[in-house]
Each structure stands twice: as structure tokens, then as C-alpha cells.
Design a protein around this ligand. Structure first.
Ligand SMILES: NC(=O)c1ccc[n+]([C@@H]2O[C@H](COP(=O)([O-])OP(=O)(O)OC[C@H]3O[C@@H](n4cnc5c(N)ncnc54)[C@H](OP(=O)(O)O)[C@@H]3O)[C@@H](O)[C@H]2O)c1
Length: 321
């Protein structure tokens, strides 16, 4: 064989290898748990808009038609079942854990995530993105979701996997039904201290950040607090609605002791539900906001301008400019 022919063979082999690598790279598969939830649904949407393959972990009774229409692979299972988790993790490169607790923090927030992490290791997953919660490290004893998430964070950090932990504040989409009711009636129900501060995060921003976490170098093995660019007191939320819909707000402020009364009553009938109300009480009784430094870090690492609550509400519900 001539030297030229040999060179051609080598180049050909290299090209084949490069094509194979490129194809492999473009086919890296995401597994998204909670794919029918507020966040998971958006993660799948954004992934499919980018043409990326994604397997959505859903329950048979979930509303997953939209995900299927967008070209996501549907995996039907239950996160309470280890065998389902093991099967869902086969052949995936990235995992975004975005499922909720369904009032059972022990089984879903804690154990299902521990199993997902173990399976991620067994399947050589390249990056694990975990959706935690802002304030998870404050040691709230009465909030099972916070406790579970803190333990999962520790387990993930010690696992040896590449990870990103996102600690978001409350999601903006939670406010859409309240904004719609406000638009129709002018009423706003404010529970707890009107002066409490929060940084309601755009659920779409969080979805994009979760996806980018697997590829942005500065996100590897990091923990980020994620919120809106502005700190809002609870009483400013109806003011934002008022601006968007050009309507005077009628605010009804319910003090926290009313929730405490309901919680004690529920305890006689359903102690597990009473415990899960502990997480809700923790959320209502405390402040969850990101500092300007935390916001600047996220914006710089992910090269993103975080969306304000007003913008989010306008995008989804319109309103007068
Ligand atoms: N919402 C917030 O304000 C907020 C703030 C901070 C952090 N977070 C965290 O962010 C994550 C996403 O929250 P989200 O508001 O998007 O949740 P969500 O809308 O309540 O959705 C929960 C998802 O988990 C799925 N799920 C529940 N039990 C399951 C089971 N046994 N097997 C399989 N799937 C199950 C649900 O499936 P179905 O459709 O079948 O019910 C749904 O897709 C959660 O980890 C949450 O703790 C949320």
C-alpha cells in the first residue's frame, strides 16, 4: 500500500470516528422525572425545541400527551418503585430530577432521589441536575420536604457524580391561577405576613438553567440559589397584578394562625397530611429570597437575564402594557 493510500485510510478512520462521536454527542439522552409537572413539562418543552432527545418519566394516569406530541420518549412508571427507576435510567446520559412529593416526602423527595442517584452511578450518567429548594440548609425541623432535599443534596455531593444543585424560590407559575382570579374579580388572598420577602422565579428560566447545567462549565459540581432579579414583599404581588390588569386590588390578609388551626384539626383525621402541611407552613412563615450577589452569579454563569414576575405574568396572561 502506498503512503498516500495509508494516509487516506487513517483520515477516513479518523473521520468515521469523529462522525460517530458527533452522532453520539448529538444523541445524548436526558431523563426528566416529574415530566408532567410545572417545571418538568417546561424542561421537556425546551429540550425538544432544541431537538434534544428526552425520556419523560410519567405515571400512567398523568397528562403526558403534550410531551409525546413534542417527540419525547415516554417512560411509564412510578417513582415509588425501584425497578421502574432502574429501567428508566438505562441508556441515559443526563438526569434532571424535577418530581414533586405527592404528600410523601419520605418516599418521593427522599428515597426515589437516592435510588435515582444510585442508578445514575450504575449507568455512568454524565451529569445529575437536582431541583432542591431555597432555604434547604436552614434546618427547618417541621418541613419534611426540606429535610429530604437536604439529605439528597448531601448524598449527591458524596456520590462522585457530576452534579448541579438548583435551589429555587417559589415558582411563578404557582401565581398564574391567582392572577387569573385577580383579573376576573380583583381579589387577592394573602396568607401570612405581607412584609415577608420572596424572589418568585420564572419557571421557564429555571427550566433553561436546569438544561444548561449539564453543559455550562461553571455549573459543574455547584449549588445555586435561583430566583427573580427583584426581591418582592408579599404585598407587592397584588400591586403587580393591579399594574398588569389595570385594576384596583382587594386584598384579604389571612393570618398564619388560621392555617395553624386548620392543621391541628387535620391532624386528628390524617396525621400524614398534617405533617406535609408543615412544609407549607414553613414556606408561608419564612422569607425565601435570593441576594443580589446570588442573582448576579446565576446570570453570569448561565449568561441569562432572569425574568421579572411582571414579565412572566404578562407573557402568560397578557394584560395592558
Ligand atoms: N413549585 C414551587 O414553587 C417549588 C419551589 C421550589 C422547589 N420546588 C421543587 O421543584 C420540583 C418541581 O416542582 P413542580 O412544582 O414542578 O412540581 P409539580 O408541578 O407538583 O409536579 C410534580 C411532578 O411529580 C410527579 N410525580 C409525583 N409523584 C410521582 C410518582 N409517584 N411517580 C412518578 N411521578 C410522580 C407528578 O406526576 P403526575 O402528573 O402524575 O402527578 C408531576 O409530574 C419539586 O422537586 C419541588 O419540590 C418547587
Amino acid at each position: 500500500m502506498s503512503c498516500n493510500a495509508h494516509l487516506c485510510d487513517v483520515i477516513g478512520a479518523l473521520q468515521l470516528e469523529e462522525i460517530a462521536t458527533t452522532q453520539k454527542r448529538t444523541e445524548l439522552m436526558f431523563l426528566v422525572t416529574g415530566a408532567t409537572g410545572s417545571l418538568g413539562r417546561r424542561v421537556v418543552r425546551h429540550l425538544r425545541e432544541q431537538g434534544k432527545p428526552v425520556r419523560g418519566f410519567v405515571r400512567l394516569l398523568s397528562r403526558y400527551g403534550e410531551l409525546e406530541d413534542r417527540g419525547a420518549e415516554i417512560f411509564i412508571g412510578d417513582l415509588r418503585n425501584d425497578k421502574d427507576i432502574a429501567k428508566a435510567c438505562q441508556g441515559v446520559d443526563y438526569i434532571i430530577s424535577a418530581h414533586g412529593s405527592d404528600n410523601d416526602a419520605q418516599a418521593l423527595d427522599y428515597r426515589a432521589n437516592i435510588e435515582l442517584i444510585d442508578q445514575a452511578k450504575a449507568n455512568d450518567v454524565k451529569h445529575f441536575v437536582y431541583i432542591s429548594v431555597l432555604g434547604v440548609d436552614r434546618g427547618y425541623e417541621d418541613a419534611p420536604v426540606f429535610k429530604a432535599k437536604r439529605e439528597v443534596e448531601k448524598y449527591l455531593i458524596a456520590s462522585g457524580l457530576n452534579y448541579t444543585i438548583l435551589r429555587p424560590s417559589g415558582f411563578a407559575n404557582n401565581l398564574l391561577p391567582l392572577a387569573e382570579r385577580f383579573r376576573d374579580t380583583g381579589f387577592y388572598l394573602l396568607i401570612g405576613d405581607p412584609k415577608n420577602r420572596s424572589s418568585i422565579v420564572s419557571t421557564d428560566d429555571l427550566a433553561k438553567i436546569a438544561i444548561d447545567s449539564v453543559s455550562v462549565e461553571g455549573a459543574k459540581n455547584q449549588i445555586f440559589a435561583v430566583g427573580s432579579p427583584e426581591i418582592l414583599t408579599r404585598e407587592t404581588i397584588p400591586m403587580i397584578f393591579s399594574k398588569v390588569f389595570n385594576q384596583e386590588p382587594i386584598v384579604i390578609n389571612v393570618p398564619l394562625f388560621v392555617l395553624d388551626g386548620v392543621r391541628s384539626g387535620v391532624g386528628f383525621i390524617n396525621p400524614q397530611f398534617q405533617r406535609s402541611l408543615g412544609t407549607l407552613r414553613t414556606l408561608l412563615a419564612n422569607e425565601f429570597f435570593c441576594t443580589p450577589d446570588e442573582i448576579a452569579t446565576v446570570e453570569s454563569v448561565y449568561n441569562i437575564n432572569l425574568e421579572t414576575l411582571e414579565n412572566f405574568i404578562r407573557r402568560y396572561l397578557g394584560g395592558r402594557q
